[in-house]
Design a protein around this ligand. Structure first.
Ligand code: 5GP
Ligand code: MG
Length: 180
């Protein structure tokens, strides 16, 4: 379906599942190369990244640990700068190689906040892997090591990303059609 309605907004097909798959595979290949001989810990940022993480991690060949944290800043279609707290991190990160898995980096506030919270945990290295990046929206000076795809500054849903709870289950990615 090329056009869908979720709650009160219309969305059009933007990235097909087969193109998502290619981008995830390309990222997995890079990570596999970089992580050879290491034993990284993947830190999946819930909820949005769960679909991307499930796809990516099944392509990771190195021994690894996988853990989940929650750090959400979004309500409706506007990024708020109010960041809530980091929940669920029980793992020891000291001297570990940490790879953060995020669905999308928009302004970069969420990831910047995350990096600050991790700093005192003394990881050996922290790498950022985001499936999507909106370069035009980025406001923070972040070193992003792995990017699946760069996209324009539109609000999108699907592949784990939601619009007020709708659309996370969609295998393709859709973008919002602006209201007249
Ligand atoms: P940032 O802090 O970089 O502005 O936003 C990061 C978070 O906002 C992401 O983890 C994601 O949850 C949410 N977000 C950013 N852009 C979009 C978007 O286009 N669609 C959806 N559904 N969520 C987004
Ligand atoms: Mg997210």
């Amino acid at each position: 379906m090329d056009r869908i309605t979720l709650k009160d907004r219309d969305f059009s097909l933007f990235i097909k599942a087969e193109d998502i798959e290619k981008a995830v595979s390309a990222m997995a290949e890079k990570i596999n190369k970089d992580m050879e001989g290491k034993h990284p810990i993947f830190l999946v940022i819930l909820s949005g990244a769960f679909v991307f993480a499930a796809d990516l991690l099944r392509k990771i060949k190195t021994n690894c640990d996988i853990t989940f944290v929650r750090l959400s800043s979004y309500s409706g279609t506007q990024s708020t700068e109010k960041i809530r707290e980091l929940l669920g991190l029980n793992e020891v990160l000291k001297d570990r190689t940490v790879v953060i898995l995020e669905d999308i980096i928009d302004t970069g506030h969420t990831m910047d906040d995350m990096i600050h919270r991790l700093r005192h945990l003394e990881a050996a290295e922290v790498k950022i892997a985001t499936f999507l990046l909106k370069p035009a929206a980025l406001r923070k000076d972040l070193k992003i090591h792995y990017v699946g795809m760069e996209i324009p500054n539109d609000f999108i849903v699907g592949y784990g990303l939601d619009y007020d709870g709708y659309g996370r289950n969609l295998p393709d990615i859709y973008k919002v059609i602006p209201e007249e």
